[in-house]
Structure formats: structure tokens, C-alpha cells
Design a protein around this ligand. Structure first.
Ligand SMILES: Nc1nc2c(c(=O)[nH]1)N[C@H]1C(S)=C(S)[C@@H](COP(=O)(O)OP(=O)(O)OC[C@H]3O[C@@H](n4cnc5c(N)ncnc54)[C@H](O)[C@@H]3O)O[C@H]1N2
Ligand code: MOO
Length: 403
């Protein structure tokens, strides 16, 4: 199988995936960031009643044009309305949010009033209707206030609460299973035998998945045997919407991932013209979407961000899964071989003029995980480019919110 371009691979993945059809009901406490599966209409007006925008006095505007003093006949507090009706020459002490009493049409701020016992004198006349907030000004009965497909944010949660809607229908979260493959991998704390290393990819993947509001299923470290790899695949197919492996996807004699995918499911593509990330495998296992990520620690992160993350966002119902790129001036020269699109690790910042500037983190081997830890962006270099001179304008993908 020949290599396909990054763009072809991304298009292929997004074309193969649609949002999960299943819904679930969650409380507002669990609803932040979830995708609505229902349309929400307002069951009543918000605010539900005419109320005051200020602390002051509710009065009849017609009464103050001639400068007469008004008699205070009671008080209206938020949650404790005045129940009577104001007549000509009368006013009611009122607090912010309290019901504006019948018979009045305007609220004057208390700072513009002089009070003497039961009488007030207005120093500065408001406009008619000033400081009166009307029913339905925020939302009117029957208004569509949130559409299906909308991603709920903090404002929306408050909005739903103000409509007394404590639960909402949202799309189900994707279940994502992942494992590391490799006989050389030891778990934290185990002694290393010659040739061993500690498994870092599972921790990286767990961290990346934790940013995405998914159900995470950790299938652990899988040994480099066809049986062990197959067993992990079987488990994932039964439990997960997405299955991610790391390692064992290249052409070595202990690389069983692609063959297992071929046996149990379907290989959509294998190998992308990306550096790092070349041996990425993508396919399906029944209803489970499969990503075989290369084992190198930087390759895992790059392929996750470029290919897996957009797929998961699409599954969870988001409509703009790809991250934006920006132009930056590259302050360091970069080594590059034409033939693959490079995602080099960079450190970017905006200068005083708002111009992005970026420099390399140094060594770009896909085993140098520290380059990802030091970086705050990818420097994206087109497939056909060779070495890059300092001062060249390049594209960057900032890591904000991604890692
Ligand atoms: N003859 C060829 N050899 C390789 C090619 C090729 O095209 N022809 N491609 C290279 C590229 S590019 C990559 S990327 C790697 C990917 O290989 P695998 O996906 O099969 O990964 P492994 O061989 O299993 O591991 C690669 C590397 O990463 C380390 N590793 C693996 N898992 C973990 C883990 N969980 N935590 C930390 N480190 C891990 C592993 O020890 C290896 O050093 O293939 C190249 N070879
Ligand atoms: O594609 Mo590999 O990820 O270059 O090291």
C-alpha cells in the first residue's frame, strides 16, 4: 500500500465517521461541553414578571412632571412583591429584581430621590418606563433557545436552569479503548531488564483522551504475539466505539497490528506521508473505528492530534474537528527531507506587533518525547519542502487546549 497525503487521510477519516446516534439524559451538573440531542424551547417567559432594574422607587411617570412629592405606600422586594395598586400621587419602595407594582410604570434610582418620612421628591426625572424590565425580554414562551447539535457551554447551563430544565438529552460520549503493544514495555516501578523501557504512550494517550470528554477504556500493555494482539482487538470490538493501539504497526517481524486488523476487520489505509506518523493504520472492526498509531512517543501524539482527535470529536457530534493553523516567522533554520509533511516541534510566541514567531525545540527524532514537552506548537512544513532557512514564513498549530 502506498502512502496517502495527510489531507487525504483526514478527509478519508472524516468521511467514514458520523456522530454517534445514541442519546442519553444528563443533569445540568454533567452537561458542560456535551452536544444537545434535542431542541430546547422556552416553556415560559424569562423574566416571568415585570421587575425593577434598580433599587429605588416605582411610580407613575405622569406624577413627577410637575415636581410634586409622592407618598410611599409600601415596599416591593425580590421574591416578596407589593400586592396593592399604586394610585395617583403614590409610589412604592422597590429593590432590584422585585415585581414592579400595578399602577406604576417607571422606577427612579434612589440616588435621584430625596426622602423625608413617607414622602419622596424626585431630583432627576427618569424617562417613562425607565429601569423597568419586561416579561420575556430574555426569552419568550415558545422561543427556540437552543438547537439540537449545539455544544453546551456555561451560559447555556444557566439559561436552561432559568427555564427550570434540570435535565437535557445529549449525544452519548464515545467509548475509547487503547493499549500499548511491545515486549520491551515495563510498567512504572518494575525493574528494567536489558532492552526494556517504560511504557509512556499509555499515559500520553490517557492525557490526550482526558481532554476530550470520552469514556476511557485502558486495555494495558499487550505483548508482541499474534494471540495477545488479537485478544486486545476482540476486547475492544466488544466494548468500544474507537480502538487505539500504539506500536507494532510498522514492517518489523513483531509488528502484528495491521495483519490483525486485516483479519478481524478492514484496513482503510496504512501509511501516511507525515513525519512523524508514517505507519499510521486506519480501519474498522465491525462498528469500532480503529487507529493503529506508530509506537514512537512523538508519533503517537502527532497522529492522535492530526487524525484520532478529529475522529473522536466528529463521533461526539462536533462539527469543526480540525484545529486551525497560523502563519509564523521561523527564527531558526530547519532540516527537512522532501516527501512527507513534517510536524516539527516548535516554541511560538507573538511579538509586540502581534506577529507569531516560532523556533525549533532542537532534535526532531520521533523518540524524543521531551521535544513535545518543551514545545507549544507544531511547525507544519509542506510535503515537497526541503530544508527551511531562518526567516521563512511557516504554518504553526498551537497546542492551546490540545494537550
Ligand atoms: N524498515 C522500516 N522500519 C521502520 C519504518 C519503515 O518504514 N521501515 N518506519 C519507522 C517509523 S517512521 C516509525 S514511526 C516506527 C513505528 O514502528 P511501530 O509502530 O511498529 O512501533 P514499534 O516498533 O513498536 O516502536 C517504535 C519505537 O517506539 C517505542 N515504543 C513503542 N511503544 C512504546 C510505549 N508504549 N512507550 C514508549 N515507547 C514506546 C519502541 O520501543 C520503539 O523504539 O517504525 C520505524 N521503523
Ligand atoms: O513516522 Mo515515524 O513516526 O517518522 O518516526
Amino acid at each position: 500500500m502506498s502512502m496517502i497525503s495527510v489531507e487525504q487521510a483526514q478527509a478519508h477519516i472524516l468521511a467514514a465517521i458520523t456522530a454517534l446516534p445514541q442519546h442519553e439524559t444528563v443533569t445540568l451538573w454533567q452537561a458542560q461541553g456535551r452536544i444537545l440531542a434535542q431542541t430546547v424551547t422556552a416553556p415560559f417567559d424569562v423574566p416571568p414578571h415585570r421587575n425593577s432594574g434598580m433599587d429605588g422607587y416605582a411610580l407613575r411617570h405622569a406624577d413627577i412632571s410637575n415636581g410634586q412629592s409622592l407618598r410611599v405606600i409600601g415596599s416591593s422586594f425580590a421574591g416578596r412583591p407589593f400586592t396593592g395598586t399604586a394610585q395617583a400621587g403614590e409610589c412604592v419602595r422597590i429593590m432590584t429584581g422585585a415585581v414592579v407594582p400595578d399602577g406604576t410604570d417607571t422606577v427612579v434610582m434612589q440616588e435621584y430621590v430625596q426622602r423625608d418620612g413617607d414622602a419622596i421628591q424626585v431630583d432627576k426625572a427618569p424617562e417613562t418606563g425607565e429601569n423597568v424590565r419586561h416579561p420575556g425580554e430574555d426569552m419568550r414562551t415558545g422561543d427556540t433557545v437552543l438547537a439540537a447539535g449545539h455544544k453546551l457551554n456555561a451560559a447555556d447551563l444557566g439559561l436552561l436552569a432559568s427555564l427550570s430544565l434540570g435535565e437535557v438529552e445529549v449525544l452519548r460520549r464515545p467509548r475509547v479503548a487503547f493499549c500499548s503493544t511491545g515486549d520491551e514495555l515495563k510498567s512504572i516501578g518494575e525493574p528494567l531488564q536489558p532492552g526494556d523501557i517504560y511504557d509512556s504512550n499509555r499515559y500520553t494517550l490517557h492525557g490526550l483522551l482526558s481532554k476530550l470528554d470520552v469514556e476511557i477504556i485502558d486495555l494495558g500493555v499487550v505483548r508482541d504475539t499474534p494471540e495477545a494482539v488479537e485478544h486486545a482487538f476482540q476486547q475492544a470490538m466488544q466494548q468500544a466505539d474507537v480502538f487505539i493501539t500504539s506500536g507494532g504497526v510498522s514492517v518489523g517481524e513483531a509488528d502484528f497490528v495491521t495483519a490483525t486488523l486485516q483479519r478481524l476487520g478492514k484496513v482503510d489505509f496504512w501509511k501516511v506521508a507525515a513525519k512523524p506518523g508514517k505507519p499510521l493504520a486506519f480501519g474498522t472492526l465491525g462498528n469500532t473505528v480503529f487507529f493503529g498509531l506508530p509506537g514512537n512517543p512523538v508519533s503517537v501524539m502527532a497522529t492522535f492530534l492530526l487524525f484520532v482527535r478529529p475522529a473522536i470529536l466528529t463521533l461526539r457530534g462536533e462539527t469543526v474537528p480540525l484545529v486551525p493553523e497560523y502563519s509564523a516567522i521561523c527564527e531558526t533554520g530547519l532540516k527537512k527531507t522532501p516527501g512527507r509533511k513534517d510536524y516539527q516541534r516548535g516554541i511560538c510566541e507573538r511579538d509586540a506587533n502581534g506577529q507569531w514567531r516560532v523556533r525549533s525545540t532542537g532534535g526532531q527524532g520521533s523518540h524524543i518525547l521531551r521535544s513535545m514537552s518543551q514545545a507549544n506548537c507544531f511547525i507544519v512544513l509542506p510535503l515537497e519542502w526541503g530544508d527551511v532557512e531562518a526567516g521563512t514564513t511557516v504554518s504553526i498549530i498551537p497546542f492551546d487546549g490540545l494537550l
